[in-house]
Design a protein around this ligand. Structure first.
Ligand code: URA
Length: 431
């Protein structure tokens, strides 16, 4: 078959700041998925897009071409309204874990296709895999069964969903082209639109531990994604939220599942509970679901915990099994008295990763018990010698590099300096 375009001409057009036409975009995404456009050509095009941008029409067409590269899921057999949440990722961001069963307990159906962690941010599937027996890979029939039985399913996206993005994301990761708003927005939204949810709430993180550390850029990303979702018929809203300080008191797979269980039992750290409730209410409202009960009540009365237990069991997990604990631990204490005024999410995330909670190459195994427990957060008074972090790993040789990363990760002041942190909710964007 002769090809409609030559990749070189399309790369040159974007290099020279021209708009790509709809047929050019359709062809290049399809030809890349088929292997006709080579990795080095797509790398050059991705870099040209990063440097020269895309307008709204180009982003929308690119997203659509990535959706058309694979299958679109269909939940019409599910009686309830479907609604999902996507976070751009951060340190200690375990919110999906309590949120999906919570929204299901309030009357929604949550088909949550999630990913694994790469680099300093954790992955939802890695966290859940610390539960003995739990399975991330489900067939479409199994997904539907779990969703119909308990109202929520969290699993890996199958190979058939936006395969163009799978290939392109792996390429961007090794060519320094991840941080381009048109590419991030189209990557996330192609998967979420293909997933077939009727409503979507985006949690766009900003601050040191997020990959959009600049709030203005995070807002712009949120706006572009909301527009893409809305134009595709998905009711979409976004919250821009803080990721300058880790969320909650744990970063690491089994540690975060333990914290999730505390939240589902009606306790847990205040920031995790607050963000979970805000996102649950936003999801129910965006989808137009009349809640069966208030989300705060569903945490207090055990309804969300009941959904969690059945969701974990339906995916082969044992909700009563003891969670793995790392073999070794080390404590870090405060070296002065005063108020804890800052804690850097990126430094904590990198340390948890170096302890074995994350991976540096796709396919690498992670340690279920590795990570960091925080014993104080900004705004709290601490005494000299008080415990600030406990580090966990199965391999003690990892402590040294983790401690290096934690150097300067928190600040204690006795001079009345103001706490240096972003508000939890920075902005809200509606379609
Ligand atoms: N997550 C994605 O799925 N894609 C991106 O481009 C960035 C984060």
């Amino acid at each position: 078959m002769s090809e409609a375009f030559a990749a070189v001409e399309i790369i040159a057009a974007k290099r020279d700041r021209h708009e790509l036409t709809d047929p050019q975009i359709d062809w290049v995404v399809d030809a890349y998925t088929r292997g006709v456009v080579a990795d080095e050509q797509m790398s050059a095009l991705a870099m040209a897009i990063l440097l020269n941008g895309m307008n709204a029409r180009e982003i929308s067409r690119w997203t659509d071409a990535m959706i058309r590269s694979g299958e679109r899921m269909n939940w019409s057999a599910v009686k309830r309204i479907t609604v999902d949440k996507h976070s751009t990722g951060g340190v200690g961001d375990k919110i999906t874990l309590p949120l999906a069963p919570l929204v299901a307990a309030c009357g929604g159906a949550v088909p949550q296709l999630s990913g694994r962690g790469l680099g300093h941010t954790g992955g939802t599937l890695d966290k859940l895999e610390s539960i003995p027996g739990w399975r991330a890979s489900l067939s479409n029939e199994e997904m539907l069964h779990v969703l119909q039985e308990c109202g929520a399913v969290i699993c890996a996206a199958g190979a058939g969903l936006a395969p163009a993005d799978k290939k392109l994301y792996a390429l961007r990761d090794v060519t320094a082209t991840v941080e381009a708003i048109p590419l991030i927005a189209s990557s996330i939204m192609s998967k979420k639109i293909a997933e077939g949810t009727s409503a979507l709430v985006l949690d766009v993180k900003t601050g040191s531990g997020a990959f959009m550390s600049d709030p203005a850029k995070a807002r712009e990303l949120a706006r572009v994604m909301v527009e893409l979702g809305t134009n595709a018929g998905v009711k979409t809203r976004a919250l821009v939220t803080a990721m300058d300080v880790p969320l909650g008191l744990t970063a690491g797979n089994a540690l975060e599942v333990r914290e999730t269980l505390e939240v589902l039992a009606g306790g847990g750290p205040a920031d995790v509970v607050e963000l979970t409730l805000i996102l649950a209410r936003e999801m129910l409202d965006t989808a137009g679901i009349k809640p069966l009960m208030d989300p705060a009540d569903a945490l207090k009365n055990g309804s969300a915990m009941d959904v969690w237990r059945s969701m974990i069991s339906l995916q082969g997990g044992d909700p009563d099994a003891k969670l793995p604990v790392a073999k070794e631990s080390m404590q870090i204490t405060a070296d002065s008295h005063g108020e804890l005024i800052a804690m850097d999410a990126m430094k904590v995330g990198v340390a948890a990763w170096r302890l074995g909670a994350g991976r540096s190459r796709q396919g690498e195994a992670v340690q279920a018990g590795a990570g960091i427990e925080m014993h104080a957060k900004p705004g709290e008074l601490v005494k000299k010698g008080q415990l600030i972090y406990t580090l966990y790993t199965d391999e003690p040789a990892r402590f040294e590099r983790a401690i290096e990363s934690l150097e300067g990760s928190f600040r204690i002041s006795s001079t009345g300096e103001k706490v240096d942190r972003l508000p939890l909710i920075i902005d809200r964007i509606e379609g």
